[in-house]
Design a protein around this ligand. Structure first.
Ligand code: SAM
Ligand code: SF4
Ligand code: SF4
Length: 333
């Protein structure tokens, strides 16, 4: 097992399959592609064979969980084929995907058939006006909810992720909690993070997990649950008297860098050891220049050996940092 400078094992890999998206969530991606922001060229993207080759190497180095993300992963052509190829990797224990759900109704059956058992769907509001103002393209929540229903119908385990930003969608916390409690689907609240350098993050726009917990438990009492596994990022609770869970991902108010076992692989084949990294290590160029599996594994090992990132724990020391950072839509959250 590989461990970094802070003794954290490499256990999880997030693979971004595209940096493109059919949404323009205000907290994630600027509305227009422009000088500050341009998408990768098709030739720069890893092919499925390249992704699978790297994924196998990561698994041989200790990775047990892989999550597909983006940009929007369902925009990548034939994504179900990639799911099938990854699902065949020996030693991989868990394969999942994070999606905005806009295309989920169409793809749920083929994803399930290819081997995807779990999916996280991001949804920040039920109210269409609030949701449209966030997603930037006028998408309606009913379309995302139908996608989730279809995924459940196909037998997938669905969780919902909601980023909460003060003044943007805090009005939606209780309606979302009540809706997903009724449905029996786990809803996880994510604190608005200062990822990238284009989302105009301000600390006072972060609605903390504690605030959200208090708001919900006044209406629907909650009780805490024990950690499921080492490195679990969401603090889990359940509604008293039920098995229905809610989760809180407190990246800002209670950072969890000490247990961060994640590596991120961008769609153009660079690895990032932290969500807040300024630069990555280019595995794809090495691969296209003829590196052997041993050489690529050694490159990954070198990166993890010297990893000492703990940005969120140190955020307080440098709250006005304005330097260059990788954007969320490049490495997928
Ligand atoms: N497009 C897919 C989606 O939205 O689910 C996958 C990629 S998206 C970058 C992954 C997750 O990151 C989403 O749940 C999104 O809400 C979250 N995210 C993006 N920007 C964020 C921010 N500034 N703070 C907290 N979460 C963020
Ligand atoms: Fe797209 Fe996901 Fe970012 Fe929203 S959060 S803009 S859906 S990548
Ligand atoms: Fe991991 Fe970096 Fe987030 Fe800390 S700030 S939890 S090291 S990704």
């Amino acid at each position: 097992m590989l461990t970094d400078m802070l003794n954290r094992p490499l256990l999880d890999l997030r693979i971004s399959v595209t940096d493109r998206c059919n949404f323009r969530c205000t907290y994630c991606m600027p509305a227009d592609e422009g000088q500050k922001y341009c998408f990768m060229k098709r030739s720069e993207l890893m092919t499925f064979e390249e992704i699978v080759r790297l994924a196998k190497l990561f698994v041989s180095l200790g990775v047990r969980k892989i999550r597909l993300t983006g940009g929007e992963p369902l925009l990548r052509k034939d994504i179900d084929q990639l799911v099938g190829m990854l699902d065949n990797i020996e030693g991989l224990e868990d394969l999942s995907m994070t999606t905005n759900g806009f295309l989920l109704k169409r793809y749920a059956a083929s994803l399930k058939k290819a081997g995807l058992k779990r999916i996280n769907v991001s949804l920040d509001a039920l109210d269409d006006e609030v949701f449209a103002a966030i997603n930037g393209v006028g998408a309606k929540s009913s379309r995302i909810l139908e996608g989730m229903d279809e995924a459940v119908r196909q037998g997938m385990k669905v969780k919902v992720n909601m980023v909460v930003k003060r003044g943007m969608n805090d009005s939606q916390i209780l309606p979302m909690a009540a809706y997903f409690k009724e449905k029996g689907i786990t809803l996880r609240f994510i604190e608005f993070m200062d990822v990238g350098s284009l989302n105009g993050w301000k600390l006072d726009e972060v609605v903390t997990s504690k605030e959200i917990y208090n708001m919900i438990s006044k209406e629907m009492p909650l009780e805490p649950l024990k950690e499921n596994y080492y490195g679990e990022v969401a603090k889990r609770c359940r509604y008293v008297g039920t098995d229905i869970e809610v989760g809180f991902i407190s990246s800002v108010s209670q950072p969890f860098c000490g247990d961060c076992t994640r590596c991120r692989l961008s769609a153009d084949g660079k690895i990032y050891t932290c969500l807040f990294a300024a630069r990555g290590t280019d595995l794809l160029s090495s691969m296209r220049n003829g590196a052997s599996d041993e050489e690529l594994a050694a490159q990954i090992k070198c990166v993890w050996d010297v990893r000492c990132d703990r940005y969120s724990q140190e955020r307080g020391k440098n709250p006005t940092y304005k330097g260059k950072r990788i954007e969320m839509s490049y490495i997928g959250g």
